[in-house]
Design a protein around this ligand. Structure first.
Ligand code: TYD
Length: 211
């Protein structure tokens, strides 16, 4: 097999909280493994030093401006791509498919709304060290349903505020996603039972693997 044929695919999952990313990623990982494809699951923010710095900022432990946050997420993404052993580029080159929980669509949706959207977009999409995914699957869910699911797993007090925030984030995601090629960015209705959602994801992934 030549090198090109051995290169894996980069598949990204996005969605608001409660949309089921973790569950659907695990199921897709199992499916690809059953097909005999080596798969590595990864996530952003990463566990690399840049990701740890981000988590400190997100927890409020270190105050950051919206521009600093946008730059930090982008820096973490560059590190995630180029890290020599566990980086996305290395994993793909070694023939692994990579499934990533969140990617630049998140930065465009969250940070793009907080600072200059064009700057955030360009910094990510025009960066030679940030690979463009082969596929992005956005698990779409109405905030009311998402809140129900979150409440089932945790105690959330500021429900009203959180629901409003989810509504805003979802709208931002939709605005961002429609600027991409609809072949590579697929919106999947995540309100259905887990196996139905997974069946649709598998169909989309199968057609990517055949292309
Ligand atoms: P994550 O650990 O994926 O949390 P969740 O389990 O809620 O998906 O991400 C942490 C937070 O970081 C989440 O609220 C989304 C946010 N985030 C951004 O604002 N921009 C980004 O580029 C990324 C990757 C995440």
């Amino acid at each position: 097999m030549n090198k090109e044929a051995m290169t894996g695919k980069l598949i990204v999952f996005e969605g608001i909280d409660g949309a089921g990313k973790t569950t659907q990623i695990r199921l897709l990982e199992g499916y690809l493994k059953e097909k005999g494809r080596p798969v590595v699951c990864t996530a952003e923010p990463t566990d690399l030093p840049s990701g740890k710095a981000l988590r400190r900022a997100l927890s409020g432990e270190e105050q950051k401006t919206p521009c600093e946050l946008a730059a930090l997420f982008t820096l973490d993404r560059i590190a995630h791509n180029i890290q020599p052993e566990v980086g996305i580029t290395a994993l793909l080159k070694n023939g692994n498919d990579v499934i990533c929980d969140r990617y630049f669509y998140s930065t465009l949706a969250y940070q793009g709304a907080e600072t200059d959207a064009e700057w955030v977009r360009s910094m990510n999409l025009n960066c030679p060290e940030i690979r463009h995914p082969d596929l992005c699957i956005f698990l779409d869910l109405l905030p009311e349903e998402s809140m129900k699911r979150i409440n089932r797993r945790t105690e959330t007090r500021e429900i009203y505020e959180t629901s409003e925030r989810l509504e805003r984030v979802r709208a931002q995601f939709h605005a961002v996603l429609q600027t991409f090629d609809p072949q590579s960015v697929r919106i999947v209705d995540a309100a259905r039972p887990i196996d139905e959602v997974q069946a649709e994801i598998r169909k989309i992934v199968d057609s990517l693997l055949q292309s």
